[in-house]
Design a protein around this ligand. Structure first.
Ligand code: NAD
Length: 697
């Protein structure tokens, strides 16, 4: 049973029991409805208490039912709430731990609510591009006042029960009890068992002294903040309806708004990302109950750009770190950068001084492997050269205790080769952090041919612990993210050859929603990195074509922001990208040398060519099993590459456009005499799905 029923004295207790957070799935709703009927039919019962077992009252809708017919099967949540509201015997909700979404809406259908302190109360639907759909926008303003309710609905952020209970005149929490919510609710229910009439939230009024002015202000503020997301402004509309319409009309308005938002690409994208984050941690052949190794002590090799940032993640999670370097100066420099980063957070008020000291207290530095041999996990972040990695891994193999996880942060090298430097390849794994590693959410976890399942399971769980979005990638050049971005960069180069300027390309893709266009990105990361990769490619894949412009740029010494000159000009100490006459001249000269007459390229074409380049390579990656599902690719692009969240990632976006249309556009690009025809050969998986009218999801 997903909800149990028992009678204690004259009180019936219905306990939702649907781990992990008592999601209101079909079976749970049925069980609650049955319990309410049973209590009403039992003459010995005078009142009903509803609570949740375990770690939550209820976290709301059961995400496993998302989009399935079960989600709306009767009794749906709206019907269940009506049943509670109409119960002839008082219903008391015992709120504790987590009271969110449908869980909060359910409690608002009860006659009374008793809460334990510390309960996290929220209507988070806006975070998946929706408004609450079971009366939340109509009932919450009636019990909390319009402004508090709207703030909660529009932000989706949880507020603690004791904070809400302290709001003067609030009617959300009838009693805040010390300790156990159920015990408190039972006592409360006994007190009110005979009290009539039964209070109903729907009978209260949601009022505002200056409603028109307030909602106009709220709408402007929310629109400015939400930009590409329609749901927040719709939250304002719904709360306004709670003030201006009769209750039942407001409910219909909320329902219609909810249904319309459900169909928007923005909500689809947000739901995709929400589910994608959860799905990323599930690996097809690694069961969830795979035993994990303990990771209580971490060692990092290399205190450079990445080593320092990676260390901070572990210190922030309370895990002691020892950093090893070749020279004391390198250690001092690395630790100095970490301190600077923390101090900036302290200055901004984001980190308390004592927390900062606590974290730095967990850090040790060393020049000797002797000091790290007991670490449970070691992450190598030394220079990106196979020879250097070889030395490090051979040493690690000699000194580290048996069972220690040996990870490499390599971004391009073959992890299987690195693993083969040791006699324990099963313990070797890739942890590809992104720069700045203390900020970026993405962690590509690279699974080598021989990586043991428990090592993989441990690192995925650790990723969660250090608050990263961990996504598994197989071994290939560039792994998932960089392998795809290379195709995107190649297209960006071809666009220059054909007539576009760096600023036009950047503007077009930034308008589409990317945080930064390819050329501004290149200037930030350093154009010399791509240059080095292309030189290597020229040897390994001599047939791979690139625009020459990026090499010409590097030959001019224009590496990007670090040389104050790249695709753009930069002024000392500033990051503004200023279009460069020198670069335009270089591109034009190069075009002329190829005999190309520049043509006007539309922003649409730019966006399609860049994004479909990602999609096509993504399809190959899926086909080869480097990624196990399309949503993994999307999570990588949303969390590591600045792909617009409201578009859900490249694969989700392609699904929204329709794969047939994507392939059609690719065929058109292939006819462009300047473009690389092989480039636009649809990946077999993409061609197949498009032909069958299917999607990646
Ligand atoms: N910088 C990035 O954006 C980025 C992103 C993802 C992954 N990576 C990868 O992370 C690794 C490190 O990159 P980085 O940018 O931090 O480089 P970096 O040059 O900033 O730092 C490397 C550090 O390693 C130290 N080192 C070199 N050999 C060593 C050895 N044998 N023993 C101990 N310390 C040694 C160096 O002294 C230096 O401090 C590389 O594999 C790189 O490909 C870098």
């Amino acid at each position: 049973m997903t909800a149990s029923y028992e009678v204690r004295g004259a009180i019936a207790v219905i306990t939702m029991n649907n781990p992990p957070v008592n999601g209101l799935g079909y079976a749970t709703r049925c069980a609650i409805a049955e319990g309410v009927d049973r209590a009403n039919a039992d003459a010995a019962v005078k009142a009903i208490v509803i609570t949740g077992a375990g770690r939550a009252f209820s976290g709301g809708a059961d995400i496993r039912e998302f989009g399935s017919p079960k989600a709306i099967a009767e009794p749906n949540l709206l019907s269940l709430i009506l049943q509670l509201e109409a119960s002839a015997k008082p219903v008391v909700a015992a709120l504790h731990s987590v009271v969110m979404g449908g869980g909060l809406e359910l409690s608002l259908g009860c006659h009374y609510r008793v809460a334990a302190p510390g309960a996290q109360i929220a209507l988070p639907e806006v975070k998946i591009g929706l408004v609450p759909g079971a009366g939340g926008t109509q009932r919450l303003p009636r019990v909390l006042g319009v402004e508090t309710a709207l703030n909660m609905i529009v932000s989706g952020e949880p507020v603690k029960s004791e904070v809400l209970a302290a709001i003067p005149g609030q009617k959300l929490i009838d009693k805040l009890v010390d300790g156990d919510a159920l015990a408190g609710a039972l006592a409360f229910a006994a007190e009110v068992a005979d009290k009539r009439p039964l209070p109903r939230v729907r009978d209260l009024k949601a009022k505002h002294a200056n409603a028109d002015g307030y909602f106009a202000f709220a709408r402007n503020t929310v629109k400015a903040m939400a930009k590409n997301f329609p749901a927040p402004a719709k939250c304002v509309d719904c709360v306004e309806a709670a003030v201006k319409m009769k209750f039942d009309d407001g409910m219909r308005f909320e329902r219609d708004t909810f249904m319309a938002l459900m169909l928007t690409p923005e909500s689809k994208a947000l739901r995709h990302a929400f589910l994608g984050e959860r799905a990323a941690s599930k690996i097809p052949d690694v069961p969830e109950d795979t035993p994990q190794r303990k990771v209580e002590k971490v060692a990092i090799i290399g205190a450079g750009t990445m080593g320092g940032g990676i260390s901070m993640n572990f210190l922030n999670a309370g895990i002691p770190v020892t950093i090893l370097e070749m020279k004391q100066e390198a250690l001092d420099r690395g630790v100095g950068v970490m301190r600077k980063n923390y101090e900036a957070q302290v200055k901004k008020g984001k980190l308390k001084q004592d927390k900062y000291e606590q974290r730095m207290g967990l850090l040790k530095t060393t020049l000797s492997y002797e000091d790290i041999k007991d670490a449970d996990m070691v992450i190598e972040a030394v220079f990106e050269e196979m020879g250097v990695k070889e030395k490090v891994f051979k040493t690690l193999d000699e000194v580290m205790k048996p069972g220690a996880i040996l990870a490499s942060n390599t971004s391009t090298l073959d992890l299987n080769k690195i693993a083969a430097f040791t006699k324990r390849p099963q313990d070797v794994i890739g942890t590809h952090f992104f720069s700045p590693a203390n900020v970026m959410k993405l962690l590509e976890v690279v699974r080598g041919e021989k990586t043991a399942k428990d090592v993989l399971a441990t690192v995925m769980a650790l990723g969660k612990k250090i608050k990263k979005t961990a996504v598994v990638s197989g071994v290939c050049d560039g792994f998932i993210g960089n392998r795809m971005i290379e195709q995107y960069s190649r297209q960006a180069g071809f666009l220059l050859d054909e007539g576009a300027t760096p600023q036009q390309v950047d503007k077009a893709i930034e308008k589409f929603g990317f945080a930064m266009g390819p050329f501004r990105m290149g200037d930030l990361a350093g154009n010399d990195i791509g240059w080095a990769i292309r030189k290597r490619r020229a040897v390994e894949h001599p047939d791979m074509k690139y625009s020459k412009t990026a090499d010409l740029l590097c030959e001019m010494g224009r590496y990007g922001q670090k040389t104050q000159a790249g695709w753009y000009d930069y002024q000392a100490g500033k990051r503004d990208a200023i279009p460069s006459k020198v670069v335009t001249d270089m591109i034009e000269k190069h075009r002329a040398s190829l005999g190309i007459t520049p043509r006007k390229i539309s922003d649409d074409e730019i966006v399609q060519r860049l994004v479909y380049a990602l999609v096509n390579e993504g399809a190959r990656i899926l086909e080869e099993g480097i990624a196990s599902k399309a949503s993994d690719i999307d999570m990588i692009y949303l969390t590591g590459y600045g792909f617009p969240l409201w578009r859900g990632g490249p694969m989700c976006y392609a699904d929204t456009v329709g794969l047939f249309n994507v392939v059609h556009a690719m065929k058109r690009f292939a006819q462009n005499p300047r473009d690389d025809q092989a480039f636009w050969q649809p990946a077999p998986l993409l061609a197949k799905l498009a032909a069958e009218g299917k999607s990646f999801s």
